[in-house]
Design a protein around this ligand. Structure first.
Ligand SMILES: NC(=O)c1ccc[n+]([C@@H]2O[C@H](COP(=O)([O-])OP(=O)(O)OC[C@H]3O[C@@H](n4cnc5c(N)ncnc54)[C@H](OP(=O)(O)O)[C@@H]3O)[C@@H](O)[C@H]2O)c1
Length: 257
């Protein structure tokens, strides 16, 4: 029996991806820190869709977390056919405002855990007749963003790694897709401590996590390389490419002042 493993499945985009995949009859393995939320979702989706589900509550910022996820799957004999690296968050404000440990924790969740999980699960994914890696990037990947500098850099990392790996794995059963959402109505702004100006800007263009999840799953199953969700975010990516970098960065950073 094969499974889709989703990190950050306790809420927001990850939860919506779990719901979307459940509708398509994927068995699910849900990972995040919030055990009660994971347990409830696992039970509900199993009952509603007649699928197998399980969950593992752990902090992906901890050293060795990805190995723990892998060992848990091995012990339970869960074969992963789809790996969804969705867990992630931002920290807004000046780079120096946050403690170094806060930055390194964010880097571990956004980048290190994604890399380690990908590395550990790849041999197993290669054994499937068709397998998928879905990495959640961000529209923040397309330009540097002052006052959200490290987050945008971490998402550029996710995007470039995903694109490279997609090419490396051509001809294998594994396809890699990077989905880059723009503002989405989740807990993201609270966790990132984004101020009033940023919140108001986000509200005007927010997509629902369900709409993002639908596009993410569809494009993953279609084997796409890179997808920006929503027309406005696609237009934003084009403008970031077209306009002088300094201008784009000033405009992007002004949201977080
Ligand atoms: N919302 C947006 O505007 C937006 C835009 C572009 C990209 N994204 C990306 O979309 C992804 C999902 O974010 P979201 O918007 O759905 O935010 P969210 O509602 O805050 O959800 C984040 C998820 O990640 C999990 N997570 C956070 N820290 C974790 C840790 N240390 N260990 C394990 N799990 C952890 C959270 O679960 P627990 O708290 O239970 O651990 C939660 O399930 C992120 O990669 C984010 O960067 C979001």
């Amino acid at each position: 029996m094969t499974y889709a493993l989703i990190t950050g499945a306790s809420r927001g985009i990850g939860l919506a991806i779990a719901q979307e995949l459940a509708r398509r009859k994927f068995n699910l393995l849900l990972v995040a820190r919030s055990a009660p939320a994971l347990e409830q979702t696992a039970r509900q989706l199993a009952t509603e869709h007649g699928i197998q589900t399980d969950f593992l509550a752990l902090d992906l910022a901890e050293t060795g977390a990805a190995q723990q996820v892998y060992d848990w799957c091995t012990q339970k004999k869960y074969a992963v056919q789809m790996l969804v690296n969705n867990a992630g968050y931002g920290l807004s404000g000046s780079f120096e405002k946050h403690a170094l440990a806060e930055h390194t924790d964010m880097m571990r969740v956004n980048m290190t855990a994604l890399i380690e999980l990908t590395y550990l699960f790849l041999p197993q994914l290669r054994q499937q007749s068709k397998a998928y890696i879905l990495n959640i990037g961000s529209s923040a990947a397309y330009q540097a963003i002052p006052l959200l500098s490290l987050y945008s850099a971490s998402k550029s990392f996710v995007l470039q790694f995903s694109r490279g790996l997609h090419q490396e794995l051509k001809g294998s059963p594994v396809s890699v897709t990077c989905v880059c959402p723009g503002s989405t109505d989740t807990n993201f702004v609270d966790r990132a401590q984004i101020g009033e100006k940023g919140r108001n800007a986000a509200k005007k263009v927010n997509m629902t996590p369900e709409a993002v999840a639908r596009q993410a799953v569809e494009s993953t199953l279609a084997g796409k390389t890179e997808v920006v969700t929503g027309f406005l975010n696609k237009a934003g990516k084009f403008m970031a490419w077209l306009l002088p970098k300094g201008l784009v960065e000033k405009a992007a950073g002004s949201i977080y002042e």
